[in-house]
Ligand binder design. Structure first.
Ligand code: CMP
Length: 139
């Protein structure tokens, strides 16, 4: 799985009409989309996905935000996918994100930061399996 990562285009970026621009950045940066869906998380599903953050003070804000509107979930393939995708999206806080990164271009705040990218190969596998069955992954 070292060549795969998992991403979501978050509700803020969908609401602001950035799906196409973000997918274009992903494609032109050499990532191959091997699974993708336009969907909406229930509050319960968002709580499950972000369970690792359940003790953090921003947890309620995070799961309310992530369940407020549609998202795009995708599994991406590229050599060194996890690390390269995190470079492409930039820092969690968009005000720290380097110029040209997805969060620099499209995010508005630390909480509403346009995209998710897995932080390890292990989490990429867990997060991809959370959203997709094996039949939905077309590598
Ligand atoms: P992401 O890394 O995709 O997944 C965890 C999310 O929690 C992170 O993006 C941010 O959207 C959110 N987050 C992290 N830190 C904070 C914070 N201090 N305040 C609000 N949201 C945060």
């Amino acid at each position: 799985m070292t060549n795969r990562t998992f991403t979501m285009i978050k509700p803020d970026a969908v609401e602001n009409g950035h799906i196409g621009s973000i997918l274009e950045k992903i494609n032109s940066s050499g990532f191959k989309i091997i699974a993708m869906k336009f969907t909406k998380l229930s509050l319960e599903k968002a709580e499950n996905f972000y369970e690792v953050h359940s003790d953090r003070p921003f947890f309620n804000e995070l799961v309310t935000f992530m369940s407020r509107g549609p998202i795009v979930a995708a599994i991406l393939e590229k050599n060194n996918a996890v690390e390269d995708f995190r470079l492409l999206i930039g820092s969690t806080n968009p005000s720290d994100a380097k110029e040209g990164t997805i969060r620099n271009l499209f995010a508005t705040s630390m909480g509403e930061n346009a995209v998710h990218g897995s932080d390890s190969d292990e989490n990429a596998m867990i997060e991809g399996a959370f959203h997709f069955s094996n039949e939905e992954i077309l590598s």
